[in-house]
Design a protein around this ligand. Structure first.
Ligand code: AMP
Length: 470
């Protein structure tokens, strides 16, 4: 098996890798690094979680160090374009840590923050610049950054760039690069527009394709819970009653949904922070830092905000809502099971999400083991309690009119009146239901009562606990 020492990387890089605790290159590193060291263009089909960042950062640092020269004012020797601020920051951090013995100037620029510090950093000349496209265009227009001396260009997460509408800015940026340069192009998927862009950018590229979809999916213990849309909140609280859910990313489809779920979890006594595109840079950084430090158990995120987030030890991913595109499912569950660890993904699926589920199962060529929590009395009661915990503004608006319907539910109304003060997340809120112990679903596990829509195991009513996913 290839070792880092077989790849011809400079000694200071090998020392840094040792300090990182990396013993062996991941498949994308073993395959891509030799081509990149030769100065070849590269087309990489890979997503985050595969070790992709080091696969390009190491040979870039090696090549820059092999030809030492000071970057001219306002220029950068290597440019990495990243779709999101979080990913840009992480990539820059990786360059800094792998290049710690090389004395490289690494800078990151993205929108949502002031220009001053960025202008100052660019003014000095940069070895490795990591940027999001919009803010880089601003700097190019203001002439605070110039790209005519850039030797290596990396376009990361190209498919995500397309989703975010960055293709026009990218073409503008590419137009400012010198003709003689090395190009690296990474994308998790290859829709036709991305294939076209790759064709325009790359010259005789080496091709490396890592299919983490299967491997990531394989390493994650997946469970699907069928549940009524209006009872998802109660089910979420029930899940969090399990201590095993110690570092959890909860995914929602919308920004507003992320805020609502985070506020609800807080109201349940579960420390939670939301992260999405409407948050300021400071808010995002604080949320991520709190989650990384273990100060909050839950990070509630939208797909785009979570793209590329690299937090070790995520115990569970909860898909509070299924994503609109199947690829996002794979990306989401890949937030757990990082770097060889195993993880658990729990997806809540309401009737209106069946088409999305079908797409996911088709794309991942699997049937997710499922449990049916519909028509579950315990959840009906807990739903009413969940409504009591909803922040006032949401109560009056109604939660996608779910809670209003919940309140028309007789059992729910009764539970609501009786138990509001005692509620704690999980089955503890429903003391008479027999649902205590292992969350509201504390009954015995009873596989094989039937087959779910997906053909997986089905357990009806209240008989599943997150610990069962282990
Ligand atoms: P990436 O795909 O670049 O987001 O990397 C995913 C995770 O794997 C990050 O936490 C890296 O620090 C880690 N990683 C990258 N390369 C290696 C390696 N060769 N050995 C162990 N962990 C690695």
């Amino acid at each position: 098996m290839t070792q880092f020492t077989d790849l011809g990387l400079a000694t200071p890089l090998l020392r840094a890798l040792q300090a990182e605790g990396y013993t062996q290159p991941t498949p994308i590193q073993a395959q891509a690094i030799p081509y990149l060291m030769q100065g070849r263009d590269l087309l990489g089909i890979a997503q985050t979680g595969t070790g992709k960042t080091a696969a390009f950062a190491l040979p870039i640092l090696h090549r820059l160090a092999a030809n030492p020269k000071k970057a001219a004012r306002r220029t950068c020797r290597a440019l990495v374009l990243s779709p999101t601020r979080e990913l840009a920051s992480q990539i820059a951090d990786s360059f800094r840590s792998y290049g710690r013995h090389l004395n490289m100037k690494v800078a990151v620029i993205f929108g949502g923050v002031k220009y001053g510090a960025q202008i100052k950093a660019l003014e000095a000349g940069i070895d490795v610049l990591v940027a999001t496209p919009g803010r880089l265009i601003d700097h190019l227009q203001q002439n605070t950054c110039q790209l005519h001396e850039t030797e290596i260009f990396v376009l990361d997460e190209a498919d995500q760039m397309l989703d975010l509408g960055f293709l026009v800015p990218i073409r503008k940026i590419v137009g400012k690069l010198p003709a003689a340069r090395q190009n690296l192009f990474f994308s998790a998927t290859m829709p036709s527009e991305i294939g076209k862009l790759a064709g325009e950018l790359l010259k005789d590229p080496a091709k490396v394709s890592i299919t983490p979809a299967a491997t990531t999916v394989d390493k994650v213990e997946q469970t699907l819970l069928y549940v009524e849309a209006l009872r998802k909140r109660a089910l979420l609280a029930e899940l969090f009653a399990e201590k095993a859910l110690s570092r959890v990313i909860v995914f929602t489809r919308t920004k507003r949904g992320a805020d609502k779920v985070a506020r609800y979890l807080e109201a349940c006594g579960v420390g939670a922070a939301a992260i999405h595109g409407d948050k300021s840079q400071g808010q995002r950084e604080r949320a991520l830092a709190a989650f990384k430090a273990g100060a909050c158990r839950a990070l509630v995120a939208t797909d785009i905000a979570a793209r590329g987030i690299d937090v070790d030890g995520v115990t569970h991913v909860i898909n509070y809502e299924l994503p609109n595109v199947p690829e996002a499912y794979v990306h989401r569950i890949g937030r757990t099971a990082r770097a060889g660890a195993t993880g658990v993904a729990i997806s809540l699926c309401s009737d209106d999400e069946r088409a999305l589920l079908k797409d996911i199962q088709k794309a991942t060529r699997q049937t997710i083991p499922s449990f049916d929590r519909r028509n579950d009395k315990v959840l009906a009661q807990a739903t009413a309690v969940a409504e009591a915990l909803a922040p006032p503004a949401e109560k009056s608006r109604g939660h996608d009119d779910g809670e209003q319907r919940a309140n028309r539910d007789g059992a729910g109304r009764q539970a609501n009146r009786k138990r509001r003060p005692q509620h704690r997340p999980g089955g503890h809120s429903a003391p008479k239901s027999g649902g205590e112990g292992r969350g509201a679903g504390g009954g015995s596990r009873n596989p094989g009562r039937g087959r779910g829509e997906g053909g997986g195991k089905v357990i009806t009513s209240g008989s599943w606990s997150p610990l069962d996913a282990k």
